[in-house]
Design a protein around this ligand. Structure first.
Ligand SMILES: [Zn+2]
Length: 384
């Protein structure tokens, strides 16, 4: 009788734990692909499509709306689908640029391969005086904004009495500095996808802004602009403009956790060990749990010594005082990530890590034991 040996290896999604069937299995990059990560050197973890979609939403938030979008622009990382407008678009939820000479904020979008930054058309209202300013690059843009506002205002109320709804970015929740700045005024702006958004400090200010706009429209002030009859603010070179990125910080925390945990899991597999069972971390990564206060951001001022690092991404993970700590460097910003208690995990006694160049043929590789030790020492001495 012939004996048949059937080898069945069950692979589970690293994030949700579900068994992976052929059709739902994907490889999740340890270093996010949009930041330059690849699949080589086994720097990936098995993941289901569902989890990957959830993680990619957080990654997109970080890659296109945070300050890291600027680094991508500088490194000339290509968008996934160059022909799709939204792909590779660097459109922070709101990226506010403050001109130091005129002390005005403008909303700016950045895009790969075009002449950007581009001032998004916006109607700014001084809450004290009720005075309005229009920011735009061309009269056409200003008129597009005005037409959009007038279109919304001319709609008949729906059954629920609402005339229209508009996305609102509340700075109070998203950013600390801008709301405290008396030079900031609330505004309505037109996104790259021709959608109107309100940008205000809090809900009261957003409502007051809308009341002011309705009043301006009623007074017949919101008229089409000719070439000379609108205001904009140029961004002259050689001035120290302040750029404020406003995006969901939670997304960044999830991406940092993902990098540190994925590299840990991939390292253990490489060593012939099972990945650690850290359910809280994996749930935080896919967004079903908040990441918690354990993730501390490095102080920018202390990162300068490592700015000369030529790799765009680096992660070193080390057991310290029975906790597993990850240090993640994205371009020149460094973060400390706490993966939690690892009591009784003797397989993790030495630091390990990997690094990745954004633009290079041999993009990413594991750090040698010596490199991981040295990097950890530098980070502990100079950053954390
Ligand atoms: Zn999953």
């Amino acid at each position: 009788m012939k004996e048949t040996v059937v080898s069945t290896m069950i692979i589970n999604c690293i994030w949700c734990g579900n068994e992976l069937a052929k059709e739902t299995e994907t490889k999740d990059h340890a270093f996010p692909r949009g930041l330059g990560g690849t699949l080589d050197e086994n720097l990936w973890v098995p993941s289901c499509k569902d989890c990957q979609t959830k993680i990619s939403h957080a990654e997109t938030e970080v890659l296109t709306r945070s300050e890291f979008a600027i680094h991508r622009l500088a490194k000339n990382l290509k968008p996934r689908k160059p022909n799709v407008l939204a792909s590779g678009l660097i459109e922070p939820k709101i990226s506010l640029v403050k001109n130091p000479q005129i002390k005005k904020y403008i909303v700016v979008s950045f895009r790969l391969g075009e002449t950007h930054p581009k001032t998004l058309p916006a109607l700014e209202i001084d809450p004290k005086s009720g005075e309005g300013f229009i920011h735009a690059e061309k009269a056409d843009d200003a008129n597009r904004l005005l037409r959009s506002i007038k279109d919304e205002l001319s709609k008949k109320p729906r059954e629920n009495k609402l005339v229209f709804e508009m996305g609102t970015h509340l700075l109070q929740r998203l950013d600390q500095e801008v709301p405290a700045d008396p030079d900031f005024h609330p505004r309505v702006y037109l996104s790259r996808r021709d959608r109107l958004y309100v940008c205000a400090r809090d809900p009261e200010e957003a409502l007051a802004l809308m009341r002011n706009i309705v009043a301006l429209e009623a007074a017949g002030t919101l008229r089409e602009r000719d070439q000379g009859n609108w205001q904009t603010f140029e961004i002259p070179a050689k001035t120290s403009h302040k750029i404020v990125f406003v995006y969901k910080q939670e997304a960044l925390k999830r991406v940092l956790l993902k990098i540190a945990y994925a590299i840990t899991a991939a390292h253990l597999v490489r060593e012939g060990q099972k990945p650690l069972d850290l359910p809280h971390i994996t749930q935080a990564v896919i967004g079903t749990n908040a990441p918690g206060p354990d993730i501390r951001q490095a102080l920018e001022a202390n990162t300068e010594k490592l700015v000369a690092w030529t790799d765009c991404l680096v992660c070193v993970v080390a057991p310290i005082d029975e906790r597993l700590l990850g240090i993640v460097g994205i371009y020149s910003s460094w973060f400390l990530v706490d993966l939690g208690s690892i009591k009784g995990a003797p397989q993790l006694s030495e630091p390990f890590g990997a690094k990745c160049k954004a633009v290079s043929k041999k993009k990413q590789r594991w750090l040698s034991k010596q490199e991981a030790k040295e990097l950890l020492a530098i980070c502990r001495r100079d950053i954390f």
